[in-house]
Design a protein around this ligand. Sequence first.
Ligand code: NAD
Ligand code: MG
Length: 394
Amino acid sequence: MTRSVSIFGATGSIGQNTLDLIRRDRASYRIVALTGGRNISQLAQDAIEFGAEIAVTCFEDALPDLRRALAGTSVQVAAGPEALIEAADRPADWTMSAIVGAAGLAPGFHALRHGRTLALANKESLVTAGPLLMAEARAHGARILPVDSEHSAVFQALVGEDIAAVEQVIITASGGALRDWPAERLAKATVKDALAHPNWDMGQRITIDSASMFNKALELIETREFFGVAPEKIGALIHPQSLVHALVGFQDGALMAHIGPHDMRHAIGYALNWPERQNLPVERLNLADIGSLDFAKPDETRFPALRLARDVMQIGGHAGTVFNAAKEVALDHFIAGDIAFTGMSALVEDTLDAISHEIRLHDAINSLETVLETDHLTRVRANQLAKTLQETPV
Ligand code: NAD
Ligand code: MG
């Protein structure tokens, strides 16, 4: 029996790894929608190879190029945020949410309404609107499976366990490219420095977020939202080898660790084959060759993102929405060269503070519209505050 699949963010790092797995078992899948951005040649090539029903670029001005690239094929073409939603409204048994940023939220929401499976790589969805997304899944009898490697690891460690017996959930962090840099040097780190990730090969934005520890900060909140574990039970641990992805501690003292290669095809493949396990084309680890695994406490002074994430989890409500949007704006400004590497956490903290005087952060989020309004307001404020940061010499 073939399964229908849609991939949002198909041209990205997660999207391409997903297609790599599907390509190996081509006859088992029927591709409904593939979406991308400016990389039209990749999108068109994949749409043709996999016989997609529709290919969508999120950029309206890229539609003529996409149309040209797919002329004479049976693939339908569309462009823009509305088209992404229409594509998500087409039923698929399994949908990969791998757009980067809050832009991934709405398509994921719509895909849940078919009551099937949403494989969630887009961590921003849970950080921005966790309670809503989980409620939407419940309301439609849909299942969300984690694709972030740490959350896939926690999910696997919890199979057959009672969540009430969980004492702690620890997600690991490689520490990113700048792990050992002293504070003064961090202030001068460039985009190129932040992109030199020691272990994982990922999209540009998440790689910089790894260097700033904002990626781990988002993942702490993602853990809270996905598993419903109390904030004080959730922690991060520096683990430079990135082989232990997460550990779940139980009330009898057992600590279940998930160990695996740093290859996203493991977590993607687990979500694709769940509840079964299938043979995956990933490296088999030889622990005797590896010899030792190291762990250390993260430094929240040099990397304040983790401290901010704990504050956000304690506040709840809209704090995650603000945190994520402010982080996205801060990252844009760092990439553009407007603010220093260390300016990112300062900007996020200042934005959280500014917004807390404008809206009641603690209030539970009750609709996608409010989330999008808060997201918008945050981006306006963060951009204003970024200007003042730019004027402050580092
Ligand atoms: P990427 O930058 O490689 O790819 C992003 C995809 O999203 C591309 O297809 C791009 O065209 C599309 N896109 C970008 N902006 C968009 C917009 N505004 N609207 C619609 N589509 C847009 O990113 P990635 O590394 O594959 O990461 C995707 C998601 O998965 C992120 O949320 C990331 O945090 C998460 N994730 C990635 C990894 C990894 O190893 N790459 C691991 C864990 C989680
Ligand atoms: Mg991760």
